[in-house]
Design a protein around this ligand. Structure first.
Ligand code: GLU
Length: 468
């Protein structure tokens, strides 16, 4: 386990921000504590007939809004402290981007590489069964999603298990990040990485902040390195490069590479598939150790793996001007101070990686509405647009080509609406955080984001009162 107690790190950030709010200590404590912590052990029979005991957790951090929401992590490093920290980050994250959920998180202490697909299915289903038994899952109660080590496949198993045991009209809304055929939503897989890109784009669009860093505005032309090419790291890098940024360094489990001339993301992914490693790709040079990725020359550093990666030990050597926290909790509290004192701009996790839960929210809404986005209005909009464009043709005497016509009269499909809702959310939340930062004369977006979250939750408690 890391020497940094993760939950304590989150609470340090909370306490720092709480000073700027007007709530009394008792209320602040209620916001901070984990409302329910469920620790389970259960047996599974492995393919060779042996029996293994599996350990897992589900933490519901805050019931100020229901259902609670947060992913399930499969990792050999998972423990109670980590699950509590991640659950509390979910609460603040949801508040920051105005997603009406409390925070939760699940963890199963396994290394996915040590199990067959059949065994993983057994573990996922049994874990879900235990959650059902204790009331830790349900569309109105607690809604899991993918996290490190899990994806759409596991979410499909969770839904199926839930459906076997519950006659619930809204069963599909008991979990998000599902395959499309099981009530999933288009755009969920790439959502976290897409949100990371939108967030970085917002940060880079503010001239006074870029001036301070000695950078031009805009993503285009900026260099970046990424730690972790999983779902989040890959998609963040994809949208960054599409917007004209240059990927120059990558770290993965097997090591790290750096190439100031630029790394082609798709070719690198292909190379890794073929060789099982990123090492040796193109003209890149291998770095002595994995963590050397942090100290490379670049404009933007994107940690997109696990928590407590940027620490007091390596923060002094970090040269990046922008730290874009795609992972949850990648920067320890002491490292944050070091980076901030050096003038770096830290785009905090609680805001930057919220794209996943934002689109999970859209998926949950879709599932309780029982209708796909765009189904009701797409054709209607298209025929209205066609009438307008035809009128324009008549008045102007110009005839649009088939391609132009298609483009001008396109009605929104599910993906278009999800993407536009995500973009809107990331832009609005960034503005809110910057407003809080400026209002308090802070130079720190993390504290501003926490203040914004505490204020929203605190006001809710004040209005509701505490149930006697
Ligand atoms: N696991 C993701 C996160 O850390 C997504 C959670 C969700 O969609 O509920 O934000």
């Amino acid at each position: 386990m890391s020497t940094y107690k993760f939950y304590e790190q989150v609470n340090k950030n909370f306490d720092k921000a709480a000073k700027y709010t007007r709530f009394d200590k008792g209320l602040l404590n209620q916001i901070k504590v984990c409302n329910m912590v469920y620790h389970i052990t259960f047996p599974i029979e492995k393919d060779d007939g042996s029996i293994e005991v599996i350990e897992g957790w589900r933490v519901e951090h805050s019931h100020h809004k229901m259902p609670t929401k947060g992913g399930i992590r499969f990792s050999h490093k998972v423990d109670e402290d980590e699950t509590m920290a991640l659950a509390s980050l979910m609460t603040y994250k949801c508040a920051i981007v105005d997603v009406p959920f409390g925070g939760a998180k699940g963890g199963v202490k396994i290394s996915t590489r040590d199990y067959s697909v059949r065994e993983l299915e057994k573990i996922t289903r049994r874990y879900t069964f235990e959650l059902i038994r204790k009331g830790f899952i349900g569309p109105a109660v607690d809604v899991p999603a993918p996290d490190y080590g899990t994806g759409a496949r596991e979410m499909g198993w969770i839904l199926d298990t839930y459906r076997q045991m519950k006659d619930d009209l809204n069963a599909e809304a008991c979990v998000t990040g599902k395959p499309i055929q099981q009530g999933g939503i288009r755009g969920r897989t790439e959502a976290t990485g897409r949100g990371v890109y939108f967030g970085i784009r917002e940060a880079c669009s503010i001239k006074k902040d870029m001036d301070k860093l000695g950078l031009d505005t805009g993503v285009e032309g900026k260099t970046f390195v990424v730690q972790g090419l999983g779902n989040v790291g890959y998609h963040a890098s994809k949208y960054m490069t599409e917007a004209g940024a240059k990927l120059i360094g990558v770290a993965e489990l097997e090591g790290a590479i750096y190439d100031p001339k630029g790394i082609d993301l798709e070719k690198l992914v292909e190379f890794r598939k073929e060789t099982g490693s990123i090492i040796g790709y193109g003209t890149s040079k291998e770095l002595p150790s994995n963590s050397d990725i942090f100290t490379q020359e670049c404009d933007i550093l994107i940690p997109a793996a696990l928590e407590s990666q940027v620490t007091g030990d390596n923060a002094h050597e970090i040269k990046a001007k922008i730290i874009a926290e795609a992972a949850n909790g990648p920067t320890t509290a002491d490292a944050h101070e070091i980076l901030k004192d050096r003038g770096a701009l830290i785009i905090p996790d609680t805001y930057l990686n919220a794209g996943g839960v934002v689109v999970s929210y859209f998926e949950w809404l879709k599932d309780i509405q029982h209708v796909r986005y765009g189904r009701m209005n797409k054709r209607f909009d298209e025929s209205s647009f066609r009438k307008i464009v035809n009128e324009i043709e008549n008045i102007s005497g110009k005839k649009f080509s088939d391609d132009e016509m298609l483009n001008l009269t396109h009605g929104a499909e599910e993906y278009d609406l999800v993407d536009s809702g995500l973009e809107e959310t990331m832009i609005t939340a960034y503005q809110q955080i910057c407003d809080v930062r400026d209002e308090h004369g802070l130079d720190d977006l993390r504290t501003a984001a926490f203040i914004s979250a505490i204020n929203k939750i605190g006001i809710m408690y004040e209005q509701m009162g505490i149930f006697p």
